[in-house]
Design a protein around this ligand. Structure first.
Ligand SMILES: [Zn+2]
Length: 85
């Protein structure tokens, strides 16, 4: 889930979490019609989108505050996104 073409913000604390969050947010976008996620088809905002948004913010927090969000994001990837790879 690492993209090499994006620059990390200089003040991000957990770069991998930030990159994973950006990847999740890039994939899970609202469909043009219907009110569901264009990627997973779940009601908008889908669980993956919400986890990505939370992780994007947490990536700027100290590690001791961000680690639970990292676990949450990994859990979403394992349980919901595994079928989309
Ligand atoms: Zn989705």
């Amino acid at each position: 889930m690492v993209s090499v073409d994006q620059k990390d913000p200089i003040d991000v604390v957990d770069r991998q979490l930030w990159r994973d969050a950006r990847d999740m947010l890039r994939r899970h976008v609202a469909a043009a019609e219907g009110g569901d996620c264009d990627c997973c088809g779940r009601p908008w905002p889908c669980t993956s989108r919400r986890a990505g948004e939370r992780a994007e913010v947490a990536a700027f927090m100290p590690f001791d505050e961000a680690w639970t969000v990292r676990v949450d994001l990994q859990s979403v990837v394992r349980t919901l996104d595994i079928s989309m790879r």
